[in-house]
Design a binder for this molecule. Structure first.
Ligand code: PHE
Length: 446
């Protein structure tokens, strides 16, 4: 399931086009998973600085204190986090080893990595246009309380993003942040009025070339005082919405040059009105960010009663895939020199040259599902067995027989971006996937 894209209907009638010419390729925003646009239903997902944590997030606070980066990890731009702190054999924990291994890698803090290069280019835009007024946070701990991740930004109790199917839980009150909005309330409480938060976010999800369970977001928040909108003659909300759109249109031009864009009305629990910005790329409209005027309740609770604010959240992988023409999201995690050596500090938009295209190998598997079956659980198992050798997991057949039993057939595409895979290796992987699926998912293989 795509995050901001596929779910939810769009208020297409309400968008307005911003004319500008050309250039740009494709993109997708909040790459993985569920959408905050959904109004509700089903169950739940994440961030905080290592140095400053939400007072409400007591258990996550303790954890993060324990998880202070150690010097050796900092040397490689990472953070050391104890595995026992994150992965536990407990029903309230659903974090697999594969996710633990990504924690603290902090691609967004590497100046020579496409994600870090993009972050710096966005910083440059804000510094140049707002006289460096935006305070930047990029080392907030991704382990946060459910309060920070959901409650503080008004995510309803029955919202899909809260489910164990969609979010990684460390325990019932602690998650890996599923969005950088998890830091909004805390930073507002601390008196910040202009800030950018960049970080890794985590979502359980399907598998394809634009979805990965860890990706990066940048959150932006700007708070206005009454004197700012009063002089304009506009009401506070209109003033903030117009300022927000102007800011983000400018950012899109800064990153992409002349590009066709449009605004689409949408829904987020934490903003009203809410919008998405779409960019025309390779003959498709692609969502690149979600944003809106912050719900007054969030401001009120943070001691900003008479203020108005805007907020946005953008997906860095999606933008970087477009800007650098990176065809598969797994590449961001590659340490293959043929990938890493192609990017350098400050070089935005250097086009990635694929170093190889090895053939994919497809394996199908069919089983009778049970009521508890979910595609995200299947994908987690496939990733646990095959890691980044799995390119896509696709439902290709789905039927229910006369007895009411439902069968699913999934096609798994295996492909390495770095080498040819042998038949033997793939058969072994597929055999292991079948065994794990049978033993863990309560399904009957056919
Ligand atoms: N947190 C939202 C998401 O991840 C994006 C967003 C941020 C939307 C801020 C509005 C305001 O989908």
């Amino acid at each position: 399931m795509k995050m901001l894209t596929q779910t939810c209907s769009r208020g297409l009638s309400n968008y307005h086009m911003i004319s500008m010419a050309i250039s740009l390729s494709h993109s997708t925003l909040c790459v993985p998973s569920f959408s905050f646009k959904k109004q509700c239903h089903r169950s739940f997902t994440i961030s905080t600085p290592f140095s400053s944590l939400s007072s409400s997030a007591l258990s996550s606070k303790k954890l993060c204190q324990k998880l202070q980066p150690v010097v050796s990890a900092l040397e490689i731009g990472g953070v050391r986090i104890g595995k026992d702190d994150v992965v536990r054999d407990d029903p309230t924990n659903n974090v697999p080893d594969s996710i633990f291994s990504k924690l603290g890698l902090q691609l967004h803090r590497r100046d020579q990595h496409p994600i870090g290069i993009l972050k710096n280019a966005i910083y440059n835009y804000f510094d140049a246009n707002y006289s460096a007024k935006f305070v930047k946070f990029d080392d907030l701990c991704p382990i946060v309380s459910t309060k920070a991740n959901f409650d503080d930004v008004l995510v309803p109790a029955d919202h899909v993003s809260r489910s164990y199917n969609d979010t990684y839980y460390i325990d019932a009150q602690t998650v890996l942040r599923c969005h950088t909005s998890a830091h909004q309330a805390e930073l507002l409480r601390r008196g910040n009025t202009h800030f950018l938060v960049t970080g890794d976010v985590y979502r359980r999800d399907s598998i394809d070339s634009t979805h990965y369970p860890v990706f990066h977001q940048m959150e932006g928040v700007r708070v206005f005082s009454p004197n700012e909108w009063e002089a304009s003659g506009m009401d506070a909300t209109t003033y903030a919405a117009e300022d927000l759109k102007k800011c983000l249109e400018g950012l899109a031009r800064h990153l992409f040059g002349a590009v066709e864009m449009r605004w689409v009305d949408t829904y987020f629990p934490f903003t009203n009105p809410s919008f998405e910005l779409e960019i025309y790329f390779q003959e498709k409209w692609l969502e690149v960010l979600g944003c809106g005027v912050m719900e007054q309740e969030i401001l009120k609770r943070s001691g900003n009663l008479d203020k108005v604010a805007w907020a946005f959240g953008l997906g860095l992988e999606r933008l970087a895939m477009v800007l650098f023409e990176i065809p598969d999201i797994r590449l961001f995690w590659s340490s293959d020199e043929r990938f890493t050596s192609q990017f350098s500090k400050g070089q935005l938009g250097v086009k990635f040259k694929p170093f190889s295209k090895f053939p994919p190998c497809y394996k199908d598997m069919s089983f009778w599902i049970s009521d508890s079956f979910t595609e995200n659980n299947l994908c987690e198992i496939v990733r646990a067995v095959a890691g980044d050798l799995v390119e896509e997991v696709q439902l290709i057949d789905n039927f229910t027989n006369k007895k009411g039993m439902t069968s699913h057939c999934y096609r798994i595409a295996y492909r390495s971006m770095e080498r040819s895979l042998t038949d033997e290796e793939i058969n072994q992987l597929q055999g292991n996937v079948r065994e794990e699926v049978q033993s863990k998912l309560n399904v009957v293989l056919r």
